[in-house]
Write a protein of this length. Structure first.
Length: 561
């Protein structure tokens, strides 16, 4: 519950402002106030009216594509349930309306402010302010928010939620700020209001120091650009949707200087782009798509249209921009094809990063199990168990089961029979989740693992000796923090099978051979070191470096790349 509440409070970019409440938050250092009046926003209409915009965004980012849905929801039942949900706009409207009702009915929150100060003299630099209501109280909020993460402060009119560690900052240093109050009057009828004003002391510092920017921005007078702006107010009605932005300068002369400095920034940016674009080399396919689309629209005519829209000519001391619903929808249609590759890459990248971290945690578990095995058995686990004739029976994965809370499964397996005996085949589909990489795209989800030892006389995977000799940590001359114990591979095998990667193939490098070290993660593979650390080795790692990290007694001096 606390995460839902915080997400709504911190990331909704808006707050409506009552005349008798705003001055009670304004300090000398206040730079930004954002306000939203939830009561004035019809959640169902918000979803229905913005449906074309949302569908355009989802379509352009490939969100509806089978590939994206497969990526986000590997489980077929979950995927179908999600597909049905995102295409049922009445259900989405009810869901959003339910979130609004939760705020209002459960927490008593009908409006909220986000305040940003340059210095936290009265409270935190940034905080959320909730006007008090009959249902809203500090005790209820403390039960919803972890006290270790947030600090609460109560005034006569507000409950303030900050993110900093508790400290005695004294009373709030309130100050009359006519700039904020005047800014609000321009957008007072909008349920979402964003107010920005430059504190007086900032204007004075800029006037006294006259800072300059480095080339090519040295043509911009930063003191006049920032110091000449009195305030900026943005009003948003997300239901229609509609936007109104008003900026006010300190004088008509300052307004003209703001206008020309703002236009100069566009020109300088375009000139730098023209000089650099031909030498830019994208790192991946997502960047290439984005870069090509940016180049296609990067014309002087497009720049002029954008500049005239964002920086209109001032009327006296004011600049005004108004976007109605058709204008906003047209802007979204123009922008989404451009940003779609980056949004797609962000969605896929976050999923891939999560799976990679899941893989890291599982491979750490393997190292911990090895240490537990060593403590109990007085030796390191061999790559496989063998019968009296030296024939492999079971993988090291089976041997580690008792040391990763899988004792019942270990005892059920017949260790004196091969891993693929008629009796033991029943356990093939009972692979513990710790052996499964979620990035595996080749199936075998119930039985196939891509976690291996590297087997050979020089590596951690020392085959069992006929004379019964056992290996301990003392044999790892190079040190546990410099020696790889487990690696990823691209060819899944049954988790019980005594199959691993021969050292000769592993020495070739990462993703150099389908039978060697590799993974389904992009650009490299995870490797577990015997000390329990996990490092991601890229495809470009030098094979000599890799070999040095794989050997247990090579005596090489090498750092982990």
């Amino acid at each position: 519950m606390k995460h839902i509440l915080l997400t709504i409070l911190l990331f909704v970019p808006s707050f409506c402002i009552a005349d008798d409440k705003l001055p009670l938050l304004l300090e000398e250092e206040t730079m930004l106030v954002t306000y939203v009046n939830f009561a004035k926003i019809d959640a169902a209409e918000l979803v229905r009216n913005n449906r074309p915009i949302i569908e355009k965004l989802l379509s352009d980012t490939g969100f509806y594509s089978p590939e994206m849905l497969q990526e986000l929801f590997p489980d077929e039942n979950q995927r179908k349930a999600f597909e049905n949900t995102i295409r049922d706009w009445d259900a989405i409207a009810q869901l959003v309306g339910g979130g609004k009702a939760l705020l209002s009915l459960t927490f008593g929150i009908d409006e909220a402010y986000f305040v940003l100060n340059l210095r936290g003299l009265g409270f935190d630099v940034a905080y959320v302010a909730l006007p008090k209501t009959k249902r809203l109280n500090v005790t209820m909020l403390r039960s919803s928010l972890e006290a270790t993460e947030f600090r609460l402060r109560e005034t006569n009119d507000f409950i303030l939620i900050g993110l900093a560690e508790p400290e005695d900052l004294g009373p709030m240093r309130l100050k009359s700020r006519p700039d904020f109050l005047e800014a609000r009057k321009n957008v007072e009828n909008y349920p979402v209001q964003i107010l920005f004003a430059v504190p007086d002391f900032v204007r004075k510092v800029l006037a006294d120091t006259k800072p300059f920017l480095r080339e090519p921005l040295n043509k911009i007078d930063i003191a006049k650009l920032v110091g000449g702006l009195r305030y900026k107010a943005v009003g948003i009605d997300p239901v229609k949707p509609e936007l109104c932005a008003v900026a006010s300068a300190t004088s008509e002369l300052a307004a003209q200087e703001l206008y020309f400095n703002g236009r100069a920034i566009f020109e300088i940016g375009f000139q730098v782009w023209e000089e650099k674009k031909d030498g830019y080399v994208p790192d991946n396919e997502i960047e290439r798509k984005f870069f090509e689309r940016v180049k296609a629209i990067s014309t002087w005519d497009n720049l002029e249209r954008l500049r005239d829209t964002i920086i209109p000519k001032p009327q006296g001391t004011q600049f005004t921009v108004f976007w109605d619903a058709p204008t906003i929808r047209q802007a979204v249609e123009n922008v989404t094809p451009l940003v779609a590759p980056m949004l797609e890459g962000s969605i896929l990248g976050s999923r891939q990063a999560a799976r990679r971290m899941d893989c890291v945690n599982k491979m750490k578990t393997l190292a911990i199990a090895v240490h537990n095995y060593h403590d109990a058995q007085g030796c390191l686990p061999p790559p496989y168990s063998a019968d009296s004739g030296g024939k492999p029976l079971h993988s090291w994965r089976v041997l580690l089961l008792p040391y990763m809370e899988e004792l019942a499964l270990y005892e059920a397996i017949r260790k004196d029979e091969p891993w693929d005996s008629e009796y033991n085949k029943q356990f093939h589909d009972k692979m513990p989740v710790v052996f499964r990489c979620e990035e595996n795209k080749l199936g075998y989800m119930k039985s196939g693992t891509t976690y291996f030892m590297v087997v050979g006389g020089e590596t951690f995977g020392q085959p069992p000796q006929q004379d019964g000799k056992k290996y301990t940590f003392h044999r790892i001359i190079d040190g546990t923090s410099n020696t790889i114990g487990f690696v990823e591979g691209k060819e899944p095998v049954c988790w019980m099978a005594p199959v691993d990667i021969p050292q000769e193939i592993a020495y070739q490098g990462v993703n150099r051979s389908d039978q060697g070290i590799g993974s389904f993660h992009q650009t490299g593979a995870n490797c577990t070191f015997i000390d329990g650390s996990v490092h991601f080795l890229s495809n470009s790692v030098d094979p000599k470096t890799l070999k040095a990290l794989l050997t247990i007694a090579g005596g090489e001096s090498v750092s982990i790349p």
